[in-house]
Design a protein around this ligand. Sequence first.
Ligand SMILES: Nc1ncnc2c1ncn2[C@@H]1O[C@H](COP(=O)(O)OP(=O)(O)O)[C@@H](O)[C@H]1O
Ligand SMILES: [Mg+2]
Length: 678
Amino acid sequence: MAADRSGLAGRTITADTRRRVWGFARPYRAAIAVFIVTTVASTFLGLVPPLVIREVFDSAIAEGDGGYLNVLFVVLIATAAGEALLMLVGRRLSSGIGESLILDLRLRLFDHVQRMPLAFFTRTQTGTLVSRLNNDVIGAQRAFTGTLGTVVANIITLVATLVTMVLLEWRLTLLAVAILPVFVLPARRVGRGLQAITREGMNLNASMNNTMTERFNVAGALLVKLFGRHDDEAADFSDRAGRVRDIGVRSAMYSQVFLIALTLVGAVGTAIVYWLGGHLAIDGSLSAGTLVALGLYTVRIYVPLTSLSNARVDVMSAFVSFERVFEVLDTPNPITDAADARDLPRPEGRVEFRGVHFAYPSADGTPESLGVAAADSEAGPEDPVEVLSGIDLAVPAGSMVAVVGPSGSGKTTLVSLVPRLYDVTAGEVLVDGLDVRRLSQASLRAAIGTVTQDPHLFHDTVASNLRYARPDAADTLLVEACRAARIHDVIAALPDGYDTMVGERGYRLSGGEKQRLAIARMLLKDPAIVILDEATSHLDTENEALVQEALTEALRGRTSLVVAHRLSTIVDADVIVVLDEGRIVEMGTHDELRPAGGLYAELYEGLLRAEVAKAAAPTTEAVETAAPTTEAPETAGPTTETAKTTGPTTETTETTGPTTETTETTGPTTETAEAAGR
Ligand SMILES: Nc1ncnc2c1ncn2[C@@H]1O[C@H](COP(=O)(O)OP(=O)(O)O)[C@@H](O)[C@H]1O
Ligand SMILES: [Mg+2]
């Protein structure tokens, strides 16, 4: 919850914001109208009891009329009952309006945010977004039910009560009102102070919660342990939590002072009315009943007056919440379906890059308050750096392209342009001959199955994670896909089989198992195009071989773009694309590129060396760095694949019989997606 909220002073609400807020309230016009009528009605009912009590004194008692007293008794009870009923109805209406409004805002925000391009999420802080969905939405809701509701009720109460009082005895009324400023002005100050404290308290709480969230997830807890920072963490936390305590005490004192001030105003005001009114009664110019009624009314004007004196700030805060919600809703989404977007009903899987240039988008349009990472703090230059330059590449349906190159050369970026995770800066990416920007995103992404370097699993069962790709998949289909991805045996051995919870808080699958599960999920989707960002760093020997088998199955009959780190994958590819600093520097088959003595040959040598080192130390973890700057793919003869893990930063490689080439890849021309009978 941001500090920018405290800058309320001098803020104005633009007509545009007011119009939009009203736009959200529109569907509830009728309910709001009924709510106001209810409020007015209950306010007027509230005026009745003092008048009845006046009658008790001045008529019933004075004239000794027991029958009239009975009538007055019934009226008092009926009024109280009526007021109770109206309050109940009013609360039902206001909570209905308020909660529906929260729902509307939340749904709009959630949907807008989840459709934002990937670049948005790399720039914003998740915590800030979640806070918009929670706190600001609730703050905005207060504008209607809390603030507007009480403001309306208070104004009506105040005006109606004052008018009644003036009609009863205008001199006393003037007096009661005259002493108000003495109390209302300090109360107003306290009210503002309280609001500032509440805001600060929310910020402190958020910061304390952030600390806990970060330290108590697995990765954070591990970091704290490994660096032995428990004591420092405890000290830091104690500091934050201590400030939360202090602000809690201050907030309690402020509220109490506020409450006491209010009670005092009421007490003093009432005393003055009875004192002066009593003298008037002694003189005979005021009846006892009228005096009692005036005393009762006096209390009723101080509460609304005090709260109205803070109304401006309340309304402003509520509108600021709205503005903060609008800020997110207004963040432009550069990747949307074109108005005339077409569907891709029977994708063949042809992929083509034509003169593609790409630079990661800058933070344009994303509000800074969402925690946008300062883009130029590290990179330096104002212009975004071009990550891909002049890429031309045609991938026929059913063929397999291996993308290789040093780390940071743009391999991941290149393949992420096909499912339109980003839009090209210049040039075109085409699927089946159509620019991806002219296709509907839904049909484009349905045609593409992606397995990323570090696949994500939701905190849910294995089966639910698999069904994310195809919600209606039967159990047998899940098993089939998992068998194909060589992960079924692992899942079957889990404590609850396919019902085992996985993900961040669940059963922890190894890197290789996770990747095979992701391959199974991708197989369920049955896409025409497969994009694979091979993760190599966390595969052990056995996993590597299994992943290789899984891949062979997964890629059959599909167009595939594989960011390859294993020689076996590379060697099998129909075309190898060698990227360096965002350009294609070499392209061809293994047999063509190997003798050319270029970057490919260099990368390849690195893989070989790595494999030799691996073979020399088969049991220990081999940490070989191949050509220093390059990512060393590991590979093996397709049957004898061995891989192993190393520290997270070093990518390991091994290779075996580099010459034994197996070609289980599909002939590029013969098998199209449909031909494969998918
Ligand atoms: N979200 C991003 N925003 C800005 N720059 C990025 C982003 N992702 C990657 N880059 C940069 O783009 C370049 C290519 O990255 P990437 O495609 O991940 O390389 P590779 O997969 O070949 O290792 C790198 O210089 C990297 O720093
Ligand atoms: Mg990468």
